[in-house]
Structure formats: C-alpha cells, structure tokens
Design a protein around this ligand. Structure first.
Ligand code: KG4
Ligand code: ZN
Length: 383
C-alpha cells in the first residue's frame, strides 16, 4: 500500500509518500518522500501562529511541495470539462490554490499511489480546510480513496519510525500502550488496548505544555516558538538563582495536567526578580526551573498512569518531545522503575508536525472514505 499523506493543521505544510509492505501489525516501510515547509519565520513577527496567514501560505505551498514529493510524473492528459468543473467547485474557496492546481496538477497522469491520507483535525480550521479541499480535489482527479486522520494519532505513531542500517523500520507496539502526546495545542495521556482503541486518560485542563513554553518564552522576551529557546537557555551554565516554581497537580489522583498557573507563577516571579536583576540575567535560571517543573509533572503522571494501567509500551510524541531533557528524564525513569516496559521516542525530526506520521497512522488505523464525505473538524478528539 503506497500512501500519499498531507498535513496542514497548523503552520507546517507537509507532504509525504510512504510504502508499507508485510503485515498490518508488523510492516516494513519505504519512505519515498518527506517534505515539511515551515512557516515559522512568517508567524514569528506576530508572536504566534495567525490562522489566516497559515491558510494563505498552505495555499501557496501545496502544489510546489506535491510536485517535489512526486519527483517523477508524466504530463499526459487533458481532463474532461465535467471533471475540470468539479475541481473548480471543490477549490472554490481557495482561488490561488485552484490556479496552481489547474496549471500544474490537472495535466498530470495519476501517480502510482493507492490512497491519500490527510489530517482532518484537530487544528486551526482555516489551515485544515485548505488541506482537506486539496486532498479532495486530488482524490476526485485521480480516483483515489481518502483516509481522514486525526492529527494526534499521527503524533502517537510518530515514535514507531526508527532508524535501521538500510533505511527505516516500524517498531511493533506491544499492547496495552500509553502515549504521552505533548504539543503546542495538546497535552494528553492516551491509553490504548490495540490499534485505534483510544481512551484519553488524562489531558490538560487549560494550557498545553508547548503553549506554556511559548508563553513563558514571551514573558522572558524571547521569540516564538519558545520551546527550543527555553531548552537552549536551560542548558546554559552559570550562576543559578535559587528560585522554585510549583509542580501543578503533581499529586492529584487523576492523570490531568494544568500549566496555566505555572505560567502565572513565572509572570510574578519575573516581576519580583526584575527589582533586583535584569531579565537577561535571570533567563537561564527561570528557564531551567520552569522546564524542570513541566518535566517533573509530565514524567510523574506518565509513570503513574503506566503503572496503574499495566502497559507494555510507552510512546512519546508531539513538538515538545523535541526537548532533550524530557526525553532523557522519561527514558531514565522508565528504565529504572519499569524496566520491562518498552519505551519509544520519535526521531528528533519526527517530533514536529509532518506528513510521514500521518502516513504511519493511516497504515495502522486508517479507514478509506469517499472524498465527498470528508470534512475538517478543528476540535475532534481521539477515541
Ligand atoms: O506538535 P507541534 O509541532 O505543533 C502542534 O501540533 O502544536 O508542537 C509545537 C510546540 C510549540 O509549542 C513549541 O514551542 C514546542 O512544540 N517545542 C518545544 C521544543 N521544541 C518545540 N517545547 C519544549 N522544548 C523543545 N525543545
Ligand atoms: Zn502537532
């Protein structure tokens, strides 16, 4: 099964093509294309992602990225008037994309793929819709089925892709499994007894972990996205101020999180420290303590959920999974306290949003649908 996957839920335009062989449970993978075009530089000026700007960028990027992903294609055909009209209707709200589509995609012979997988939610509605309509137009043109995929399922499966001497392999998940998914929009503990049998056992009640990193970075006068900035600062050596921040909900007897109060605590801390020292001077200490507070809570709740649910595998996923201290601490804790549990973390370049993780999720849990029955759903949840 050869899958072309599309991801446009936030500020990355991504397309991947992957071929899966072998069994459903234990596939081999060939990564034929994997392209991610980040809009981070565009949104930086605004201190966060601007949905309509993201949508415009996706509109501009999708066709060139698809042509790059296809690598080889033949220009052979002319399409019927009726099919041309159908494409015009599907892309009526994306005039720039439609223009590119007519010029570059309509004349292509259908590529050698079996299905198109697509992120239909959760995410930013205007950004999701561009991807959905683009995927629908491709399915209508090429007569391929569409596989709608939940973005969080993508992050869940991202850790299954691992390096191998001659390319990549897909890790076999032993069930029951627990996923700690930490991104800019979500912080969730997902329990599953088998592929696609999701239960959200814990989640944030307010800000997501990545969102907290981004907000604290802003308090410290650092640019968006804040996660990488904070983790870099936290690694800086030098004098450490003795400060302590709360570990919200670390002792609560559920698996939920809350990071909004932690952000407010940082705001007050910085305000008080400013009376004595410059923001620049306090940054490494505040970054370190804040990062430790977030990681303490994430690791502690994950371990407790894994123990109580008796899981055999723990997977890490999402943009915050790029944080090397989080990876080290979670890895070490699992090794020490539950050595029989298998732990997998994504390759560093698989942590942020990408389409390869959508192709992986499509392999494991995808259900083909007629393209005209697929819609974007900005708030869809797993399970
Ligand atoms: O999964 P992702 O790329 O997009 C969403 O689906 O939200 O996650 C982006 C988030 C941002 O909030 C960013 O600050 C955070 O991941 N992030 C990090 C690190 N790298 C990215 N957070 C902490 N440490 C990092 N090294
Ligand atoms: Zn994401």
């Amino acid at each position: 099964m050869k899958i072309l996957a599309i991801e446009t839920s936030c500020d990355e335009t991504a397309i991947a093509i992957a071929e899966f062989k072998g069994t459903k449970q234990n596939p081999t993978i060939s990564v034929l294309s994997h392209i991610v075009s980040s809009q981070v530089e565009i949104h930086k000026k605004f201190g966060g992602v601007v949905p309509n700007l993201a949508r415009r960028e996706h509109e501009k990027n999708l066709v060139p990225i698809l042509l790059e992903a296809l690598k080889q294609y033949k220009k052979t055909r002319s399409v019927s008037h009726a099919l041309g009209k159908k494409i015009e209707r599907i892309l009526a709200r994306e005039p720039e994309l439609l223009r590119h589509f007519k010029k570059y995609i309509l004349p292509l012979a259908p590529p050698d793929i079996d299905a198109i997988a697509l992120t239909y939610g959760p995410g930013l509605a205007p950004a999701l819709w561009v991807g959905v309509n683009f995927a629908k137009a491709l399915c209508a043109l090429w007569g391929k089925p569409l596989i709608p995929i939940n973005h969080m399922a993508g992050h869940f499966y991202s850790a299954t892709l691992q390096n191998e001497k001659s390319g990549y392999k897909v890790e076999n998940i032993q069930f029951p499994a627990l996923g700690l998914l930490v991104s800019g929009g979500h912080t969730e503990l997902i329990y599953t007894k088998g592929h696609g049998k999701w239960t959200i056992v814990g989640e944030t009640r307010d800000d997501a972990a990545g969102e907290a990193f981004d907000k604290v970075a802003r308090i410290l006068g650092l640019p968006y996205p804040g996660g990488p900035q904070i983790s870099k600062l936290a690694e800086k050596r030098g004098k450490t101020l003795s400060i302590s921040l709360p570990r919200p909900m670390i002792g609560s007897d559920d698996y939920d999180f809350s990071f909004s109060g932690l952000k407010t605590a940082v705001l007050y801390l910085v305000r008080d420290l400013k009376k004595k020292i410059s923001v620049r001077a306090m940054r490494p200490s505040v970054a370190r303590e804040f990062q430790n507070a977030v990681i303490d809570v994430l690791v502690s709740k994950t371990i407790r959920a894994a123990r109580e649910k008796k899981v055999k595998t723990i997977l890490l996923g999402g943009g915050v999974a790029a944080n090397s201290l989080l990876r080290e601490r979670l890895r070490a804790k699992i090794k020490k306290e539950m050595p029989r549990v298998k732990y997998t973390e994504p390759l560093p370049w698989m942590t942020g949003d990408n389409a390869l993780m959508i192709a992986l999720a499509a392999h494991f849990v995808g259900k083909k649908k007629a393209w005209n029955r697929v819609h974007a759903d900005a708030n869809v949840r797993l399970g």
